[in-house]
Design a protein around this ligand. Structure first.
Ligand SMILES: *Cc1c(COP(=O)(O)O)cnc(C)c1O
Length: 377
């Protein structure tokens, strides 16, 4: 066997042996919270389109109009000819929404985090990241060449201990956290982290991927996020002072050396932000639905639209998700390496498209599902 084939075959076998082999399935998203897989219809609790905006009539219309006006692709990097007129409109809206002087839109949340961290930090600098930070935050830290230390999840005292012990050995220091943790649904103590950052002459970067459109705003030096979740579109962004954003536009390699987003993607994000700004009743629904679910199951009240039910073993999570599927619910079984070993879980994402009836049916199905042991029940 050629060496490449031999290597990939053995490496894949290892993934299979660990029970971590995955094959994406063709999923057609239907109207509302439904999906179609293999010709069957399921009620989905596995989608981050928290406000259903990817199917909102205004958002779809804006995308179609942009294709007609500007064509399907951007044609080049934003620094060459890809910076179509819709970008400045979207960036102005983001800055207003986040209460910052300026904003910069990049290709995706992944490209934003990996590029921005690498643009700001370098060897001789220190990055302190929450242990549960998203992979692209950690990849950005690695790419930067700075020293990376991780503090236990949401532990202010351990973060401060690291700052007190290590900060003075380094030139710059960046604290990194998520506003709402993607696989746990809990919130970071942003205000306290901002105070620590100030006290130790450090900068705070918050990843608001799961907060935009469904949680209240917050303050941080560098506010990053994505347009691919509640905004129902695609693209990453970073908001901050005009000086910071100007510097990032001139130094972030994932922005400079990558083609700009298609105009229709930017147009749909603009329309989605308009809905988010104008429809407060809509943006409150996902959390209200998550809270109904946690109260029905006697769980801690949800802090966000994301509710994990941790079952431990990978096979248990997979089997439980499969049985819920047989009852018509599409639920994600999340396993390592996305989450730490022995913390495999069902991750429920609640959206404005669910009804109270849907949630009551789901909770009843979980209560009947023997293998899902819910703490406190
Ligand atoms: C989804 C996600 C990202 C990546 O955003 P994309 O736009 O999907 O690339 C970054 N951080 C967190 C916390 C996320 O959940």
């Amino acid at each position: 066997m050629p060496a490449l084939e031999e290597f990939t075959h053995a490496a894949l076998q290892e993934i299979i042996n660990k029970g971590r082999y995955r094959q994406p399935q063709a999923v057609r998203r239907l109207e509302g919270a439904y999906v179609e897989v293999d010709g069957k219809r399921y009620l989905s609790f596995a989608c981050n389109d928290y406000l259903g905006l990817s199917h909102h009539p205004h958002v779809k219309e804006a995308a179609i109009r942009a294709v007609q006006d500007y064509g399907s692709g951007a044609g080049a990097s934003r620094m060459v000819t890809g910076n179509h007129p819709l970008y400045s409109e979207l960036e102005a809206k983001l800055a207003t929404l986040k209460g910052t002087e300026s904003a910069c839109v990049l290709g995706s949340g992944y490209l934003a985090n990996s590029g921005v961290i690498a643009a700001l930090m370098a060897e001789g600098d220190l990055i302190l990241a929450d242990k549960l930070s998203h992979a692209c935050l950690l990849d950005g830290a690695k790419l930067s060449g700075a020293t990376l230390r991780r503090f236990p999840h949401n532990s202010l005292s351990m973060c401060e201990k690291l700052l007190a012990r290590e900060r003075h050995h380094y030139r710059h220091c960046l604290l990194v956290t998520e506003t709402i943790f993607s696989m746990d649904g809990d919130k970071a103590p942003i205000e306290a982290l901002a105070r620590l950052a100030k006290q130790y002459d450090s900068w705070l970067l918050t990843d608001d991927a799961h907060g935009l459109g469904v949680a209240e705003s917050h303050k941080a030096d560098i506010q990053m996020g994505t347009l691919s979740k509640a905004a129902g579109s695609y693209g990453g962004y970073v908001c901050g002072s005009s000086g910071l954003i100007d510097y990032l536009k001139n130094s972030t390699r994932s922005l400079i050396f990558s083609t700009a987003l298609p105009p229709m993607v930017v147009a749909s994000a603009i329309a989605a932000l308009d809905v988010i700004t104008e429809d407060a009743a809509l943006t409150r629904k996902p959390l209200a639905h998550a809270r109904l679910f946690t109260s029905l199951l006697g769980l801690q009240p949800a802090e966000s639209p994301i509710v994990p039910v941790i079952v431990g073993a990978e096979e248990t999570a997979l089997a439980a998700a499969n049985r819920l599927r047989q009852q018509g619910f599409w639920v994600a079984a999340i396993r390592p390496p996305t989450v730490p070993p022995h913390s495999s879980r069902l991750r429920f994402a609640f959206t404005s498209n669910h009804t109270e009836e849907d949630i009551i049916r789901l909770a009843a199905a979980i209560q009947q599902e023997g293998s899902i042991v819910i703490p406190g029940i």
